[in-house]
Design a protein around this ligand. Structure first.
Ligand SMILES: *Cc1c(COP(=O)(O)O)cnc(C)c1O
Length: 381
């Protein structure tokens, strides 16, 4: 296996910010020595919020301490609390369940489509009861949730729509950006996300100016930004870091180009992998509409074989969420004991993600694709 050492393609690249390290050090120095000694919620944070707001044509963007915290602020701004139910996907990341539970409300797990891995609108509709306050679909890995359908359901049943777009920044569906489909959406800036940074942070994005006012207060202990130590409501500490804001403003310049490179790699993978469905490997759809380019996720029953085949040829992979949310010990008490979520179970069993980041070279991308295709061919014989 002569190719084993020719490539070493990590799944989590260690050099995401190498090109911007000088800027990082500069903003640390400038912030640290600045006369204002302003380390949180200063002018850089405000400018980052404006830049994103203008780009999205949103009513407001509220920077906060993480994607998880952004979801919490949205739920709190909507007054979701004890006695309320929020319909969430049965497959996805922990905050989908944990933020609802932490508000004292109940997550109701709806099954996901086994191929898109996003919440199935029909299953979500069946989960609606008289106590339901909100629907909270999430975009998953490479594909956006069916937001038009969730929008219809939300208006039909008079529910709030929270869009967990934490991983989908830059994605669009029918021309509308991910994050702008619900009453509010969120982005996470954790390292590996499309607009990731070397630290923790996120934003609430919304077309609802009133909800934004509440989220803004909630992120800083219920204060309104004018009157210090006047707490209008029970809030959180979910403030944004000035060093990171300054760094993100710098990184914003290259964001479109990095997204375009992600989309290009993703499109190439999809072209190469589309025929593999006959060999039991399902790839995300070809084309950019309704897609996000966070990671590139395949589905296969032969996941472990594929992973070791790729690993032996220098390609690292990753399995997100090997368990469904209702099967998590921390959330099981909130799930019906004999509930079944076959789509979620299938997704948890079959998903495997390939490297997808802008500084992959063409040769590396080709090597990943060639190796996946070679696996499919060999195992078909
Ligand atoms: C990353 C992510 C979050 C959480 O964001 P953090 O910034 O890590 O708190 C929430 N939902 C989804 C779908 C995510 O991918």
């Amino acid at each position: 296996m002569s190719t084993a050492t020719a490539h070493d393609i990590p799944f989590f690249p260690p050099d995401l910010f190498d090109a911007d390290l000088d800027t990082l050090l500069e903003v640390v120095h400038a912030t640290g020595t600045g006369a204002a000694q302003k380390f949180i919620l200063g002018e850089h944070t405000a400018r980052l919020e404006r830049v994103l707001r203008d780009r999205l044509d949103a009513a407001d963007v509220v920077a906060c301490s993480s994607g998880t915290s952004a979801l919490t602020l949205v739920l709190a701004a909507m007054d979701v609390g004890p006695g309320d139910e929020v319909v969430v996907p049965a497959f996805g990341c922990a905050p989908l369940a944990a933020t609802v539970i932490a508000r004292g409300a109940t997550p109701v797990f709806a099954d996901v489509d086994p191929v898109t891995m996003t919440m199935d609108p029909d299953a979500a509709e069946k989960a609606v009861t008289g106590r339901t306050r909100a629907l909270m679909p999430a975009h998953v890995f490479s594909v956006m949730a069916d937001m038009p359908r969730f929008g219809e359901l939300a208006s039909l049943y008079g529910l709030r729509l929270v869009e967990d777009s934490a991983l989908a920044q830059g994605g669009t569906l029918a021309g509308r950006p991910a994050g702008m489909w619900g009453d509010a959406g969120v982005y996470s800036f954790v390292q590996v996300k499309t607009f990731g940074m070397p630290g923790e942070g996120g934003v609430v994005v919304t077309g609802d100016a009133e909800l934004a006012v509440r989220a803004r207060m909630l992120r800083n202990h219920g204060q309104d930004g004018q009157h210090r130590f006047l707490h209008h409501q029970v809030g959180y500490n979910s403030r944004f870091d000035e060093v990171m804001a300054a760094f993100q403003l710098h990184r914003w310049e290259g964001f479109e180009a990095r997204l375009a490179r992600r989309a290009e790699i993703s499109a190439y993978y999809s072209r190469r992998f589309a025929p593999l469905v006959e060999n039991g490997i399902t790839a995300p759809p070809v084309g950019g509409d309704g897609r996000c380019h966070y990671v590139y996720t395949l589905l296969t029953e032969r996941r472990e074989e594929l992973r070791s085949y790729l690993a032996a040829r220098g390609v690292a992979t990753h399995v997100y969420y090997p368990r469904t949310l209702p099967a998590q010990p921390g959330f099981a008490a909130h799930a019906p004991a004999h509930g079944r979520w076959p789509g979620a179970e299938s997704a948890a069993r079959r998903n495997v993600s390939l490297p997808l980041y802008p500084h992959l070279s063409d040769a590396q991308v080709e090597h990943v694709a060639d190796t996946v295709c070679a696996f499919a061919e060999e195992s078909a014989r």
